[in-house]
Design a protein around this ligand. Structure first.
Ligand SMILES: [Zn+2]
Ligand SMILES: [Zn+2]
Length: 293
């Protein structure tokens, strides 16, 4: 059975957090402490995303213990609507803060970086607020800080509304961590790449070659004919989610014995599908969407 991307790709899985703060903005850990925490907890790469300032990791550790992607979190605004734009892979700030979100995304792309929109639910973004943006790779579908503080960490409905309207946007999980360290290590991306260097990780993020997770691992998703088979770490539930509503596609462990595989049949007329795995502690992992021919 042929695997869907990124499960069919050569290379390795690399674990990374793309949104965290240090004492260079409103975070508690120093940049060095933040890098060391992530290295000690199995992360391969990290983006320090202080508010409206590019924290250069190499100013704080000459030899960081993991791959560092120089980044920041821009505050932007259009009318009354505020957007935070995570901007990755920059050597300098290509635009001032507090500008228009689209101008910010365009400036980041023109500077060779890449951008995604942080915590739509925390901002109470509507579909209209989000659908006007272009050129970003995706949105945060899970943000630990927004979950712990006001239980608006999950932006899955925002994602599906955009996907249903034909936007190709990837779903990212991040910590947006500020403290020592209860808000660390709860949301990240596992990226499939040939090499652990900044160009390979950025290219893989742009291409959607990753999945977002709060803990569960997704090993494979295969498509053969109209059958989709998912393999994963032990799970309470596995879902195949798409754009045809009222059609159940779920496998559950009713007897307490965890699932590690499930097969689903595509519904007629589905235009995209995505997989969600929920483990025994109700932590989720999400594949990116697959757009069906
Ligand atoms: Zn933010
Ligand atoms: Zn943040």
């Amino acid at each position: 059975m042929p695997s869907l991307p990124p499960f069919d790709l050569p290379g390795n899985w690399y674990k990374g957090n793309l949104h965290t703060h240090t004492n260079q903005s409103d975070g508690k850990p120093t940049p060095a402490e933040n890098m060391q925490w992530h290295a000690a907890h199995g992360y391969h790469f990290l983006a320090l995303t202080d508010h409206n300032r590019l924290t250069n990791p190499f100013d704080f550790l000459a030899n960081p213990p993991l791959l560092m992607i120089p980044s920041l979190e821009y505050s932007t605004r259009r009318g009354m609507v505020e957007y935070h734009v995570i901007s990755l892979g920059l050597t300098k700030m290509p635009i001032a803060p507090a500008r228009d979100p689209q101008d910010t995304i365009d400036a980041v792309n023109a500077a060779g970086g890449t951008a995604f929109v942080a915590h739509p639910y925390w901002h109470d973004h509507t579909l209209d607020d989000l659908i006007v943006l272009k050129g970003h790779i995706g949105i945060e579908i899970f943000n630990t800080g927004c979950w712990l503080e006001i239980n608006k960490g999950h932006s899955l409905a925002h994602w599906d509304l955009l996907l249903r309207r034909g936007q190709t946007l990837w779903g990212l999980a991040t910590d947006d961590s500020h403290f020592r360290y209860p808000d660390h290590g709860r949301g990240w991306v596992n990226v499939r790449a040939e090499k652990l260097d900044q160009p390979s990780i950025i290219d893989a993020l742009r291409a959607g070659q990753f999945y977002a997770t709060m803990g569960p691992e997704i090993y494979d998703a295969q498509l053969e004919g109209r059958q989709v088979t998912v393999r994963c770490s032990p799970a309470r539930s596995i879902f195949l989610i798409g754009d045809i509503w009222h059609c159940p596609n779920a496998a559950h462990s009713w007897d307490g014995k965890p699932l590690t595989e499930a097969t689903f049949t595509l519904h007629q007329g589905q235009r995209y599908i995505r997989v969600e795995v929920v483990d025994m502690d109700y932590q989720s992992a999400w594949t990116n969407p697959y757009f069906l021919p």
